[in-house]
Design a protein. Structure first.
Length: 129
C-alpha cells in the first residue's frame, strides 16, 4: 500500500443525502459482539484480533453539513456514521480483506453502504470479499 496519510479510512452510512440513524446502544452491542473487537471508550472500539492487526471503529453522528455532533442533544442515543481507521503500520495487501470483512459485516447489519475515503468509491462486496 502507498502511504499518503496516517491511516486507511472507511466510512459506513446510509447515503450522502439520507443520513438515516440507528440506535447507538443497539449498534454498539452489535459491534462489541464481533470477535476481535473490544471497547475503547464511549462509542469507540478497536478491532485487534492479534498483535499485527489494529482498526479503530468510531460510532458518530453527523449533521447535514458533515460536522460531527457526537455528544450533542441532537445526537443523543443515535449513530448515523461509523468510521474505520486502519493505521498504515497495520495494513498490508494480504490483510486488507480481513478489515473490509469487518466493515462489510457492520454495513450489512445496518443495511448501510461502506465507502473507501481514499478513493470515494463504494466498497463492492462481490469484488472486495
Amino acid at each position: 500500500m502507498v502511504e499518503t496519510e496516517m491511516s486507511y479510512d472507511l466510512s459506513i452510512y446510509k447515503s450522502e443525502s439520507q443520513r438515516e440513524h440507528a440506535d447507538i446502544a443497539t449498534t454498539a452491542a452489535f459491534v462489541a459482539s464481533i470477535p476481535g473487537i473490544q471497547a475503547n471508550g464511549e462509542a469507540r472500539f478497536v478491532y485487534a484480533p492479534s498483535a499485527d492487526r489494529w482498526m479503530e471503529i468510531d460510532l458518530d453522528y453527523m449533521n447535514a453539513e458533515g460536522d460531527t455532533m457526537f455528544g450533542s442533544d441532537e445526537a443523543r442515543g443515535k449513530v448515523n456514521q461509523i468510521d474505520l481507521h486502519i493505521p498504515y503500520a497495520y495494513l498490508t495487501e494480504a490483510n486488507l480483506g480481513e478489515y473490509l470483512g469487518v466493515g462489510l459485516r457492520l454495513a450489512r447489519h445496518l443495511n448501510w453502504r461502506i465507502a473507501d475515503l481514499q478513493t470515494g468509491a463504494e466498497v463492492n462486496p462481490e469484488v472486495d470479499e
